[in-house]
Write a protein that binds this ligand. Structure first.
Ligand code: FE2
Ligand code: FE2
Length: 468
């Protein structure tokens, strides 16, 4: 392995491209500087048992070892090229995919890549204080694994910007390190990535719902006619699966502890130092609705343009029959004159909603698993997803009030009831009160059950993070 390849592990023949090398080696110190200023605070010197991506071979793309986070080797990996890959949808279906960016789609592709790229460092920034209150070393390690992989996803998008977009690409790559989550002057592009995520309940819900939006955006980009984007996102999806499992099992373990306390006959779960189900439900309502916004408007001419031109497809396009999507309509209920009315939307203009449908179904599977935990404990309570119209800030339902069942309500009802539906100041106080770090190997905070198993075959009590 050349010295360059050990500094930036890659499967894109970086050592044969001096121009790109120079660009990335210039960007790398800025990235490391960002990581030390905006990455996990207080743990940069710890030895963390981390997985590093070292190749894209399914037989062994990753490697586990102790590493200090600033020494993590953020690499550039694309899924292997598909022989004779053809555009799979839209007006250009059947034509060969592009290895370079066509001039007429340069602005669109840059916007798609920058929007995706912006979310990656944003989530690291949102989560930077969490290590200080980790419920166990196992969870602490998982947090840092997610963080370094989001850092790698940033590298993946920056690689595309540097290798295919010339000077604008370099400027965009710099700007990805200059916007910051929640910054009043230079916030991150998408709102869910400016919301605070500084306690572990919010972290698990974020990785469950917001990282899962990432999965569907990546699935849609994996269909892109711009082949380097498709290959990059296909490899990112392998890492994204881990982030979502952290969220889904994290909430599952919280529900398990709460169910245990409730099944033991405790009337007020807060007496036993666990989260009560209504509080968990309010957090589900918040993060699900914030994540739905990330898919964009219900009726979207941008989405139609992306689809028509092969830039962004539907998730798993090849499993569908009609790749043109020219004839059909999508039946939507849209607010009009104070009521919901059914409208036929041309299929291509409904692409955001079609992707949102897949996402909602995926979230429902997670909810069903959490509810099985309640059922197994003999409890009648269930957690639910709110209707997709509830608490939306973007799209056709924003600017109107809906209850969690999706019924149009007036402002007065919303003001009276929203405290039952969304996290309150009192919830936040209680959540904070439970956030006490547990760094003893194998021990768990009061409010979360242990995981089913450890990482990479190691026991749950393994010293996943060695504090100096
Ligand atoms: Fe990511
Ligand atoms: Fe992620």
């Amino acid at each position: 392995m050349s010295e360059l390849d050990s500094r930036i592990p890659n499967n894109v023949a970086l050592s044969q491209d001096p121009r790109l090398q120079r660009a990335l080696l210039r960007w790398q110190p800025a990235f490391l500087n960002w990581w030390s200023e905006m990455g996990p605070e207080g743990f940069q010197g710890d030895d963390v048992f981390l997985r590093t991506a070292i190749s894209v071979e399914p037989s062994g793309w990753s490697h586990f070892d102790y590493v200090r986070m600033p020494d993590y080797r953020w690499g550039i990996f694309l899924a292997p090229p598909e022989q004779d890959r053809r555009i799979g949808f839209g007006d250009l279906a059947g034509q060969p995919v592009w290895r370079e960016v066509p001039g007429e789609f340069r602005t669109d592709l840059r916007r798609l890549i920058v929007t995706q790229g912006d979310t990656e460092p944003a989530s690291v920034e949102q989560q930077r204080q969490l290590g200080k209150t980790a419920p166990s070393l196992y969870d602490l390690r998982n947090l840092f694994q997610v963080n370094v992989e989001e850092g790698r996803h940033l590298w993946a998008m920056v690689y595309l910007l540097h290798s295919h977009f010339g000077r604008d690409g370099r400027e965009e790559a710099d700007a990805l390190l200059e916007r910051h989550s929640g910054d009043a002057d230079r916030p991150r592009i998408l709102q869910a990535f400016n919301e605070p995520c500084d306690d572990w309940l919010n972290f698990y819900l974020f990785t469950m719902f917001t990282d899962r939006d990432g999965k569907y955006q990546l699935l849609a980009l994996a269909e892109s006619a711009f082949d380097p984007l498709s290959r990059t996102t296909r490899f990112m999806l392998t890492e994204e699966a881990f982030h979502m499992s952290v969220g889904e099992t994290g909430v599952g373990r919280i529900v398990e502890r709460t169910a245990e306390v409730m099944a033991a006959g405790e009337d007020d779960p807060r007496e036993a130092g666990v989260f009560d189900l209504p509080l968990i439900q309010r957090h589900i309502n918040f993060w699900f609705s914030a994540s739905l916004d990330l898919f964009g408007g219900e009726v979207s001419s941008n989405a139609a343009h992306y689809f028509a031109n092969g830039l962004k497809g539907r998730a798993r396009e090849s499993r569908r029959q009609d790749h043109a999507a020219l004839d059909g309509v999508y039946l939507m209920e849209l607010p009009e004159d104070g009521a919901l009315r059914e409208r036929d939307v041309p299929l291509r203009n409904a692409m955001n909603e079609i992707l949102r449908d897949d996402y909602v179904r995926d979230c429902e599977r997670g909810l069903a698993r959490w509810n099985r935990i309640l059922e197994a404990a003999g409890l009648g309570e269930r957690l639910t997803l709110p209707n997709r119209r509830f608490h939306r800030q973007i799209g056709a339902y924003s600017g109107h009030r809906f209850d969690p069942e999706g019924r149009l309500i007036d402002e007065g009802v919303w003001q009276r009831k929203s405290g039952e539906w969304l996290p309150t100041a009192d919830d936040r106080e209680y959540v904070r009160h439970l956030m006490v770090p547990v760094y003893e190997p194998g021990k768990m905070a009061t409010w979360i059950a242990p995981p089913r198993s450890g990482v990479d075959g190691k026991p749950i009590g393994y010293e996943y993070v060695k504090r100096p």
